[in-house]
Design a protein around this ligand. Structure first.
Ligand SMILES: NC(=O)c1ccc[n+]([C@@H]2O[C@H](COP(=O)([O-])OP(=O)(O)OC[C@H]3O[C@@H](n4cnc5c(N)ncnc54)[C@H](OP(=O)(O)O)[C@@H]3O)[C@@H](O)[C@H]2O)c1
Length: 286
């Protein structure tokens, strides 16, 4: 059987991980691997176990599939460079994996008849070696040309992705959700740990104590929904406690205090009848 050829442009953490998964599964033949740093590109080919390293300016060989995995800020430039090089053919599929940008960022490639898509895995690829072993089950937000999505769907399904559709007009909001739930949870946990340390609890002990609280809370949201899972001073309407904690966290660090206040306002929306606690009470605390 003739395997489709995949050219990888931007062999970083995500690009090399997906290329390796598809290559190992025998779903694609890896063609060109284009990166700026020759050593990094060779390392990527070694990780994938296939592919030929290319440098910018070299003419890339043809491929039916083009994974454009350069950083979000340069995706448009990458598409313009590939379009100017004239290496894509009609009906080739060009796709990226950005969560924040729609597939239209690759629009210069339409001039050559390429079909465009975006497929964003809701997963961290910080360490490609562990990312590939844990990829199965990853949700992927997809949008783009129907024919491109139809061709990419089986590739993603075969490595265990769980695909769902995203409206390209709202990808920024979609990606904000992922940032809030993932990256900002990290920032929130760090703020909680710093408050514990401010109260004299050693960081390791604080983490050991907070972890079951976080895990239990996430499980409660799954069981009862966000409103049902909310407990604590806002849910109880303990006005004095909420105000004192806004002040105490603000004294430790003004940003943590501001975060506590804003999060209290969001929590209040989940508990509107919180024993008379009003938005103004939270806003007035200083
Ligand atoms: N990492 C994640 O966890 C993750 C998760 C979901 C989605 N994504 C998406 O995946 C895409 C890639 O992210 P990443 O984390 O894999 O990035 P990355 O690790 O920084 O890798 C980017 C790659 O692009 C190359 N590159 C950078 N600037 C370039 C330029 N101006 N021209 C050509 N190549 C360039 C780099 O090559 P050199 O090394 O040769 O400089 C590198 O191989 C992004 O759209 C991102 O939003 C990432």
């Amino acid at each position: 059987m003739d395997l489709p050829t995949l050219n990888l442009v931007g062999p970083g953490r995500l690009g090399r991980s997906l290329a390796r998964l598809w290559s190992d599964a025998g779903l694609v033949r890896i063609g060109a691997v284009l990166g700026r740093d020759p050593a990094n590109t060779r390392t990527a080919c070694a990780f994938i176990g296939a592919g030929t390293p290319y440098a910018p300016g070299e003419t890339l060989p043809p491929a039916g599939l083009w994974l454009i995995a350069t950083p979000d800020d340069v995706l448009a430039d990458t598409a313009r460079s590939l379009a100017a090089a004239g290496v894509l053919r009609p009906a080739d599929i060009a796709f990226h994996c950005s969560g924040a940008l729609a597939s239209e960022v690759l629009a210069p490639l339409r001039a050559h008849g390429a079909l465009l898509a975006g497929a964003h895995p809701l997963k961290s690829f910080a360490d490609p070696a562990s990312a590939i072993t844990g990829f199965a089950g990853t949700f992927c937000g997809c949008e783009g040309d129907p024919a491109a999505l139809a061709a990419l769907g089986p590739l993603f399904d075969a490595i265990g992705a769980r695909r769902f559709r995203v409206d390209p007009a709202h990808k920024i909001l979609y990606h904000s959700a992922a940032v809030l739930a993932c990256n900002h949870l990290v920032a929130l946990m760090d703020a909680a740990l710093r408050c514990m340390e401010g109260a004299g609890v050693e960081r390791d002990t604080a983490w050991a104590a907070l972890l079951p609280l976080v895990e239990g809370t996430v499980a409660n949201i799954g069981r009862s929904g966000t409103a049902g899972a909310l407990t604590g001073p806002v849910a109880r309407g303990d006005r004095a406690t909420v105000c004192a904690e806004i002040n105490a966290t603000g004294a430790l660090d003004a940003d943590i205090g501001a975060a506590y206040r804003v999060l209290s306002l969001l929590a209040l929306r989940l508990a509107p009848a919180a024993a008379g606690l009003a938005r103004e009470d939270v806003e007035a605390a200083c």
